[in-house]
Design a protein around this ligand. Sequence first.
Ligand code: ADP
Ligand code: MG
Length: 293
Amino acid sequence: MMRVAMIITRARAEEKLLLKAFQRRGIEPELIRDEELVLNPLAIDPRWSEFDIVFLRTLSTSRGLYLLEYFDRWEVPTVNSLRTANICADKFKTSLALARAGLPQPEVRLAFTPRSTLEAVGELGYPAVLKPLVGSWGRLLAKVNDVDAAEAVLEHRQTLGNFAYHVHFVQSYVDKPHGRDIRAFVIAGQTICAIYRSSSHWVTSTARGALAENCPVGAELQDLCQRASDAVGGGVLAMDLFETEEGLVLNEINHGMEFRNSIEPTGVDIAIKVVDYALSLAEQHRQDGSEQT
Ligand SMILES: Nc1ncnc2c1ncn2[C@@H]1O[C@H](COP(=O)(O)OP(=O)(O)O)[C@@H](O)[C@H]1O
Ligand SMILES: [Mg+2]
């Protein structure tokens, strides 16, 4: 019997679905709330050695990253890996990883002052999109259509934002056909399903009410997602892609995916596929352990 820990901030729809999927496999994961945890870097809490896998489902990116640093230090197996989470949590690190692998993405720039950022945006051309490096649900995304708007957003970030908003990430704006983008669900390099997300707003996040419809997984999508998964270290990933005249481009990759709105349109039981992957990693870890002893 595999022993699974699932660390959560609170039980969203996804955590409930994952829990049920584990139970369907005859496994009762131990649910651990991140608010209770205290980490000592000098010694591993013996409770963690009781698990074959620790599944991180924290709501907070920073809590998740510190937990992964801790588990990585003590070689406790996790979903996802520290490496994958470190890259995917940060839009510039993701961009670098994709660029290194030669994969298509919108033009991106990173700059440290409003003045240098304005120059960079000017070179990319308007409209452009300013984004926090770390974030989700479309929070604080700004589409700037001209230099006046860019100046205003940058001044607000500099004056009202904390240090996390003083490093500026800019992307060229992609005029999405049919007002939609693609969200692909990728497990161990395999795209298990995908949805189109469409909205009359340029931000097509389902968290913001975009409509989700099934997107057939063709060879181009499958191949690009496989290579993107390799580029960021694999695992359980949700990838955002745009359709362009030159083909698909990767916008961003999420390592802590929400999927509640995608089961019905795709007809794919995403939770059980995630669970089976986590259990296969646990199995592998057990075998590696028994080979060493
Ligand atoms: N460069 C862009 N061009 C066009 N639309 C964009 C661009 N960047 C983001 N969007 C829209 O905003 C949504 C959220 O952006 P994303 O980069 O995925 O940030 P988040 O991490 O908040 O999900 C995307 O799904 C897309 O609809
Ligand atoms: Mg996104």
